[in-house]
Design a protein around this ligand. Structure first.
Ligand code: ATP
Length: 154
């Protein structure tokens, strides 16, 4: 049987009532306007760039892929598809970093099976998106690249 409202611990009641409000009163700070929101988002991107080696690798490879697609005169749709896949990989990497931080905040340096599942699944999501982007790049970049090499060499 579920406990009545009076039986719930005070902290749980406080959290429940805070969650019911749209003001997000549980948050330590809420962005006051759109500009401030963008500044926080930039801080997150900058944190990921400085601390996550994989994020830097994906950004580097993505920049090469976009440069190559422009150099090879790919159609606008093809460049857009490549851009979307790069965006997906970087987004997954950021979400992976966010999940890692929340897990570390929750369990600190103790081993927990659920912490392992959360981190492994987040890492798996990055892997899937990276794998998909490699397939897309193979289909869209390799054939015109081979063609370009053949016409310039032979
Ligand atoms: N608190 C924990 N409890 C159980 N397993 C953990 C815990 N912390 C980390 N692990 C295991 O160690 C692995 C590596 O942890 P880490 O925090 O470096 O994540 P990661 O996804 O490999 O990091 P990155 O994306 O930066 O390479 C996790 O995938 C998970 O299997």
């Amino acid at each position: 049987m579920s406990p009545t409202t009076q039986e719930l611990p005070q902290e749980t009641q406080r959290c429940s009532s805070a969650l019911a409000k749209p003001s997000r009163s549980l948050s330590w700070r809420v962005a006051s306007n759109l500009f401030v929101s963008f500044r926080y988002a930039w801080t997150g991107l900058s944190y990921a760039f400085q601390t996550q080696r994989n994020f830097r690798i994906h950004l580097f490879v993505g920049t090469i892929a976009i440069g190559l697609s422009v150099f090879l005169n790919l159609s606008r749709v093809e460049v857009a598809i490549i851009g979307l896949t790069i965006g997906a990989v970087l987004t997954m990497e950021l979400l992976n970093t966010a999940i890692e931080s929340v897990v570390d905040l929750t369990v600190r340096q103790t081993y927990h099976e659920l912490a392992k599942i959360a981190k492994d699944c987040a890492a798996g999501a990055v892997l899937i998106s990276a794998f998909a982007s490699v397939i897309v790049a193979c289909f869209l970049l390799i054939p015109p690249l081979i063609e370009r090499v053949q016409t310039s060499w032979f």
